[in-house]
Design a protein around this ligand. Structure first.
Ligand SMILES: NC(=O)C1=CN([C@@H]2O[C@H](COP(=O)(O)OP(=O)(O)OC[C@H]3O[C@@H](n4cnc5c(N)ncnc54)[C@H](O)[C@@H]3O)[C@@H](O)[C@H]2O)C=CC1
Ligand SMILES: O=C([O-])CC(=O)C(=O)O
Length: 328
């Protein structure tokens, strides 16, 4: 029998977890022939709720679900994991300043980075969904000196998928005809969804749209502020779509991006496109067998340059803040 792949999920009793776990267990990540062992981390007060979720996982009788283990100690839960999906994070609550949020999450991602460093499998890949995702990933990788930095990424696939969907709606094209979408930068309102390198049925997307005002005043803000719009409409933040994007990102990372296409992933910058080295910045990447490489040599015009630099500047500020707190 094939050995099960050990997949850790943090914040497993949360909203995203409630969608993500069932997709992982049913084979959406690794296909119908690979058994999955779920290792679920929660804070102690949420373990009872998590037990209820595990009861429901049992009740689905998924043939691909090998077993489930739960706990509140990252060193136990991460032991031997091949993939860690870091979803759990401290949301901003009333009266909390940005610095307080970075500090609260800093403590979580410092501890989890250290635990992964010490106990994860040699081939571990780590995807960070919990916000602020890019900087949480930076904190985790900074605290895991024995894990190569390219094993960490932060989720901008939801933004990527949102951008594809908005473009398809505007142009009346099928989602499947859209390729080479890029999200540059931070998973925040400063992100830059780029239509100038995207294609619709092989044609340049910006040329098909042929409306710079729509790109600047509608497309970019709609994609960048979609999270807030979902919160406004639903009264809670994106969960099923975030879980779906978390699966898409991990699946393509492990199994490869489609031929002739690329995906957006926030990864440690090597200085490509003039972005400061060391930031966790979303780039267009191709993936193969658990490795990624940044798509090189795209032509960047002045408009794109200014957007790419603005989102990098925000990430520099976040890095400076967590450096001042001694977290990286
Ligand atoms: N990158 C992206 O595209 C997106 C990111 N997010 C972020 O994902 C995160 C999770 O979202 P939801 O599931 O909706 O939140 P939620 O609040 O429903 O669940 C978070 C869970 O994390 C747990 N948790 C907190 N600290 C933990 C720790 N130290 N170890 C393990 N678990 C811990 C909490 O107990 C809670 O059950 C949030 O930070 C949210 O902002 C949400 C949507 C999209
Ligand atoms: O905006 C939020 O808080 C949740 C999020 O990251 C998103 O939906 O993109």
């Amino acid at each position: 029998m094939t050995h099960p792949v050990k997949v850790a999920v943090t914040g497993a009793a949360g909203q995203i977890g409630y969608s993500l776990l069932f997709r992982l267990a049913s084979g959406d990540l690794l296909g119908p022939d690979t058994p999955v062992q779920l290792r679920l981390l929660e804070i102690t007060p949420a373990l009872k709720a998590l037990e209820g979720v595990v009861m429901e996982l049992d009740d689905c009788a998924f043939p691909t679900l090998h077993s489930v283990e739960i706990g509140d100690d990252p060193r136990e839960v991460f032991d031997g994991v091949n993939l860690a999906l870091l979803v759990g994070a401290r949301p901003r609550t009333k009266g909390m300043e940005r610095g307080d949020l970075l500090e609260a999450n800093g403590a979580i991602f410092t501890a989890q980075g250290k635990a992964l460093n010490d106990v994860a499998a040699d081939d571990v890949r780590i995807g960070v969904t919990g916000n602020p995702a890019n900087t949480n990933a930076l904190i985790a990788l900074s605290n895991a000196p024995d894990i190569p930095a390219e094993r960490f990424s932060a989720l901008t696939r939801l933004d990527h998928n949102r951008a594809i969907s908005q473009l398809a709606a505007r142009t009346g094209s099928a989602v499947a005809d859209i390729r080479r979408m890029t999200i540059w930068g931070n998973h925040s309102a400063t992100q830059y969804p780029d239509l100038f390198h995207a294609e619709i049925g092989g044609r340049n997307a910006a040329e098909v749209v042929d409306d710079q005002a729509w790109i600047e005043d509608t497309f970019i803000p709609t994609v960048a502020k979609r999270g807030a719009a979902i919160i406004e409409a639903r009264g809670a933040s994106s969960a099923a779509s975030a879980a779906s994007a978390t699966i898409d990102a991990a699946r393509d990372w492990l199994q490869g991006s489609p031929e002739g296409d690329w995906v957006s992933m926030a990864v440690r910058s090597d200085g490509s496109y003039g972005i400061p080295e060391g930031l966790v910045y979303s780039y267009p990447v191709t993936t193969h067998d658990g490795d990624w490489s940044i798509v090189q040599d795209l032509e960047i015009d002045d408009f794109s340059r200014s957007r790419m630099d603005a989102t990098a500047a925000e990430l520099v500020e976040e890095r400076d803040a967590v450096t001042a707190l001694g977290l990286v």
